[in-house]
Design a protein around this ligand. Structure first.
Ligand code: AMP
Length: 285
């Protein structure tokens, strides 16, 4: 694996590879890698000649400075994991490479309703920060395919629409959404899970249990009743508090109130457990 810290060096390297007609798959991450991240890299490796992974803890997408400080950064272990899946290139830029004008000079993007919806309501500015970093990374890497996890479903929607509407990146980049990788007890893998204590960690599995119940039984209930009961059950988990749980049209990503309102439906939730924000979702139709 080759490690790049400077975007100019990475650009040069990739332009040579592109002249050799190599296809490039790209997996952006914030590090603290786990099997979820590695599944994206494995997928990219099967579909491209060259796989680039980036590790950049993006300060612009944290609205809580404490969350940014507490974000885990086990870089040596990350490099080992990337080598174990034979990732070709690691890009680890400093802040100045991504934000040459400084973090206080972010670009504005038209992200439509997605910006101030669900996750965007609780984390103002979060998707603006995501858009800035993705735009910059896509300019540098110009991948053929971009690999994103379904776990951050709204993020996938934001990036897909940004690329489609030429807000950032290149229209030719195809977005590939990859399935959520879970722990044995169902909890969606996340770099934030290490911040849960043993009890919180055990209890957090109740979130996915509820989502699996919804996936398997939704037809038996009215939407509003199922939503209300799911929220109550998750809130009854010790130290858990549902920020939102909604059924959405999985294409347009708008809230629906009846099962007939959409052809594809996703149930998305964000739950705070002991102060740690956990996202999860299931596609149910
Ligand atoms: P992050 O490092 O949290 O920014 O995540 C980097 C990428 O990995 C994003 O596209 C995430 O959606 C994806 N990802 C995170 N957790 C998982 C998971 N459990 N399964 C699959 N993909 C994931």
């Amino acid at each position: 694996m080759i490690l790049f810290k400077r975007s100019s060096h990475l650009r040069e390297y990739l332009s040579v590879k592109r002249r050799e007609e190599m296809s490039v798959g790209f997996v952006p991450t914030m590090g603290a890698l786990h099997q979820g991240h590695l599944s994206l890299i494995r997928r990219s490796k099967t579909e491209n000649n060259l796989t680039v992974c980036s590790i950049f803890v993006n300060p612009a997408q944290f609205n809580d400075p404490k969350d940014l400080d507490k974000y885990p950064r086990p870089i040596e272990k990350d490099i080992e994991l990337l080598c174990s899946v034979e990732c070709d290139v690691l890009f680890m830029p400093h802040n100045e490479e991504i934000y040459p004008d400084g973090i206080n000079h972010l670009k504005n993007y038209d992200l439509g309703h997605l910006e101030n919806f669900l996750e965007g309501v609780s984390r103002p500015g979060h998707f603006k920060g995501v858009a800035n970093v993705v735009d910059r990374l896509l300019q540098i890497i110009q991948p053929d395919k971009l690999y994103l996890g379904q776990k951050d479903f709204q993020q996938v929607k934001v990036i897909e629409s940004g690329i489609r509407n030429s807000e950032f990146g290149n229209k030719k980049t195809a977005v590939v959404m990859c399935e959520i990788v879970r722990e044995k007890d169902g909890l969606a893998m996340s770099s934030r899970n290490v911040r849960l204590n043993e009890t919180q960690r055990r209890n957090a599995a109740g979130i996915s249990r509820e989502l699996f119940f919804i996936r398997d039984h939704w037809k038996e209930f009215e939407l509003s009743k199922l939503k209300q009961e799911a929220i109550q059950r998750i809130n009854s988990i010790p130290e858990a508090h549902v920020d939102y749980l909604e059924f959405c049209d999985a294409e347009k990503f708008v809230i629906i109130h009846d099962w007939n309102e959409a052809e594809k439906i996703v149930c998305v939730t964000s739950v705070i457990v002991g102060g740690v924000r956990l996202l999860d979702n299931v596609l149910i139709k």
